[in-house]
Design a binder for this molecule. Sequence first.
Ligand code: NAD
Length: 428
Amino acid sequence: MNTHHEIPSYLTPTEIGPWGDYIEQIERVTPYLGSLSRWVETMKRPKRVLIVDVPIERDNGTITHFEGYRVQHNTSRGPGKGGVRFHQNVTLSEVMALSAWMTIKNAAVNVPFGGAKGGIRVDPKTLSLGELQRMTRRYTSEIGIIIGPNKDIPAPDVNTNEQTMAWMMDTYSMNEGSTSTGVVTGKPISLGGSLGRREATGRGVFVVGAEAANTIGLAIPGARIAVQGFGNVGGVSAKLFAEAGAKVVAVQDHAGTVFHENGLDVSALQAYVTAHGSVAGFPGAEEQMSRDNFWDVQCDIMIPAALEQQITESNAHRIRAKIILEGANGPTTPKADDILHDRGILVVPDVIANAGGVTVSYFEWVQDFSSYFWSEDEINQRLTRLMRDAFNSVRHIAEDKKVSLRTAAFLVGCTRVLQARELRGLYP
Ligand code: NAD
């Protein structure tokens, strides 16, 4: 699959990880790119990779060093944009893949950003609040040389939230000597955040899921939903599907899997997670399932909303869903994509399904620049319209070219990026 010149020398073949999935996805779209395929190597090389050392003083006086990353995959269409992840398994390969998926996503939904992503290899649950703040600030300062409202705009991802963004905004502003709200999105409302941003990714997942269901004649009221990941994305999508009358029959997070044949009470589950840190042990469940049995749950829509490479060649044949709705980035490997396709299961790809977050991040960035803030209704209406249009235009391309929704979304995304690349020309 990957010839040696396509793998940056700083990744050894055993570390290809999610970046390998992304390269395979690019290879699948290349035959459809026409004359733009001359530029396709651009998509296989991140523009800029920054690895930083993040030392902090612990509460007990010792020093700990963490490894941090910020990757700007492509900036042909605008500044870099993408989240920051704090997780013990963060690797360069993962951050590179996540940054590249942001390039495709931002182009596919046509927001004027390139793609970027950041992360720190850390389990934030092992840090005190003070340690977490010091780590976030030192990381922000280290990547401060390449981020900025016109350069690269971070946002929340796994294990980061509005508070993380407030610290990042403050640190960047202190170093600049003036308050710069537009350097990050997903901020608290009182610091220039946007109404509706916290729910935006989950809301987009719901809107696109409802459109996709419509195309296969599946009604949302009564539909059975299984969700992996019950954080910002999975939690909000589950709530919106439940409010629309669907039955959320299974929810899995990092510590447990809960099931109820008649649908879990999503609000009660949310309250339980706030109090206990996980769905594990939720008393309103009919069954506490083993992790692996999640993949056998009979459902209509399965929403992977945790991490990448969850649906693979080893479990794709077991899945009993009509639609896979990708809330997470990169949850389905290319081999699993093929198996699901052969089994007639519709995969709604991440770069469309979870683009609601970056769409409202774009609205937030515009609001910060103009210092004029919109109502929540206006934001949700614009978000809904944009997500529906993006899904339907990708669906028409998929039907027209007889390709998967993923390849169609990559076709739209790569075309926009490479057209910009060609028009700008190579410098010097
Ligand atoms: P989060 O930190 O709010 O929640 C993550 C959830 O995943 C938690 O419930 C956690 O327990 C669960 N989880 C972690 N490891 C797991 C495992 N091994 N098995 C099962 N569950 C596990 O993160 P989030 O912001 O909801 O992000 C989830 C996914 O959505 C990621 O792939 C992220 O890149 C993607 N995403 C997030 C946004 C956003 O705006 N936050 C936007 C687009 C895509």
